[in-house]
Design a protein around this ligand. Structure first.
Ligand code: UD2
Ligand code: MN
Length: 458
């Protein structure tokens, strides 16, 4: 039981909607799959459990065929197995499972989970209160070495970066304040991880289920998150519900067509339908993506119109103001030095390393920075940061607190002045030609920078 004490004593209504649990899998191991199924059966009140549906996405392992079928016949709750005729990916497999299910709520789980004591009631109770709320449990970590269960945090929520990777970020203060410090109240989350959530069956259909044009893996979680928020629903992490998940280092399956291609295609579909002009952040930081064919999204665009969904800028402003994508910004593109004609370049470096400077290549990627309305210079979730007089200029996680990440661009003098140190960004020194320096502002050409706006993409 991984709940905090206050959750253990919470009382939920007797009358809750029942749920079907849909678990899709491809080449899952026996032990993890059965651990998932047993935990659902053992840790859920049976009157709330309509059925368990296992959707086999054309696995190649023998024991997942007849052996599994015979095994589940003896379980206390009806377990139905559906087989996809061909490998379809988790999105279409979940759609098939959902279509075959009967419960008032549909609960999706990955095939390597463990539901813990009391996991189900808080999810269903929240949906009963508001049928347009889509709810996720806290996803705890099951070690992929020892399979030990380790409690996760109720202080993180879902976000995403410019590359459209899902990421966990700390729950911001505004959300703590909204809950008045009560950790048993659900956290409104901008995005969900994707694998574990409950949704009212009718609402799932009203809001457009999934984008069936997405293949194999990836992107469907952001697509659904944006869609829910933009089209009038809400997405929450119900902190009194804990489900563990094995985060694995490698997948037991292939990506037909190539991992990159599949994920880029899915991401393009969601960017084109939901992100409006903000899709440029994705396209500019990963320019190769624009070559990927994403098929026809007209059906999804019509859905967006029919549901009268709000623009992505509304989502950024109201649901995700601490997003890595700034809602308002002055520039998005290269930052070029007037004297040397070279560009700032993060050289694919990671957090805590110096920002570089290099010949401009005009290809986006590592040479893309945005000067935002909050006056930070950022590339994805990293910001230019100076903490000492005379530098160095390093890339640090953006903290939205101004401080050492606050820059003043003078559009006439073309200078980038670091406010805290009152020094200006300058060309490299003789010692290290690869990194810009910080110098007292002098107005010299080496301290002049052009901030470009560029748009790649469709
Ligand atoms: C996360 C989600 C996952 C999904 C994915 C993005 C969690 C804990 N997991 O990745 O649910 O949203 O992000 O797409 O939030 N599977 C198939 N057919 C396939 C590939 C996968 O049935 O072609 C099954 C797989 O057996 C598993 C589920 O889909 O049960 C999710 O796949 P995963 O566990 O490899 O994804 P994960 O946890 O890395
Ligand atoms: Mn998983």
């Amino acid at each position: 039981d991984f709940r905090i004490e206050k959750c253990k004593t919470k009382v939920y209504p007797d009358e809750l909607p029942n749920t079907s649990v849909v678990i899709v899998f491809h080449n899952e191991a026996w032990s993890t799959l059965l651990r998932t199924v047993y935990s659902v059966i053992n840790r859920s009140p049976h009157y709330l459990l309509s059925e368990v549906i296992l959707v086999d996405d054309a696995s190649e392992r023998d024991f997942l065929k007849l052996t599994l079928e015979n095994y589940v016949k003896n379980l206390e709750v009806p377990v139905k197995i559906i087989r996809m005729e061909e490998r379809s990916g988790l999105i279409r497999a979940r759609l098939r499972g959902a279509a075959a299910s009967k419960g008032q709520v549909i609960t999706f789980l990955d095939a390597h989970c463990e539901c813990t004591v009391g996991w189900l009631e808080p999810l269903l109770a929240r949906i009963k209160e508001d049928r347009k709320t889509v709810v996720c449990p806290i996803i705890d970590v099951i070690s992929d070495d020892t399979f030990e269960y380790m409690a996760g945090s109720d202080m993180t929520y879902g976000g995403f970066n410019w590359k459209l990777n899902f990421r966990w970020y700390p729950v911001p203060q505004r959300e703590m304040d909204r809950r008045k410090g009560d950790r048993t109240l659900p956290v409104r989350t901008p995005t969900m991880a994707g694998g574990l959530f409950s949704i009212d069956r009718n609402y799932f259909e009203e809001i457009g289920t999934y984008d069936a044009g997405m293949d194999i893996w990836g992107g469907e979680n952001l697509e659904m998150s944006f869609r829910i928020w933009q089209c009038g629903g809400s997405l929450e992490i119900v902190t009194c519900s804990h489900v563990g998940h094995v985060f694995r280092k490698a997948t037991p399956y292939t990506f037909p067509g190539g991992t990159g291609h599949v994920i880029n295609k899915n991401n393009r579909r969601l960017a084109e339908v939901w992100m409006d002009e903000f899709k440029d952040f994705f396209y500019i930081i990963s320019p190769g993506v624009v070559k990927v064919d994403y098929g026809d999204v007209s059906v999804r665009k019509t859905l967006r119109e029919n549901l009268k969904c709000k623009p992505f800028s509304w989502y950024l402003e109201n649901i995700y103001p601490d997003s890595q994508i700034p809602r308002r910004y002055y520039s998005l593109g290269e930052i070029r030095n007037v004297e040397t004609n070279q560009c700032l370049d993060n050289m694919g470096r990671k957090e805590n390393e110096k920002v570089g400077i290099f010949n401009c290549h005009g290809m986006g990627g590592n040479q893309v920075f945005s000067y935002t309305a909050d006056k930070e210079i950022r590339t994805d979730d990293l910001c230019l940061d100076v903490s000492r007089l005379n530098g160095p200029v390093i890339m640090l996680k953006c903290h939205h607190m101004r401080g050492n990440q606050l820059w003043e661009y003078d559009a006439e003098r073309l200078t980038l002045r670091h406010v805290n140190s009152n020094q200006c960004l300058d060309e490299p020194s003789e010692e290290d030609k690869m990194v810009p320096t910080m110098q007292d502002c002098s107005g010299s050409r080496s301290q002049q920078w052009l901030l470009r706006n560029m748009t790649l993409g469709a």
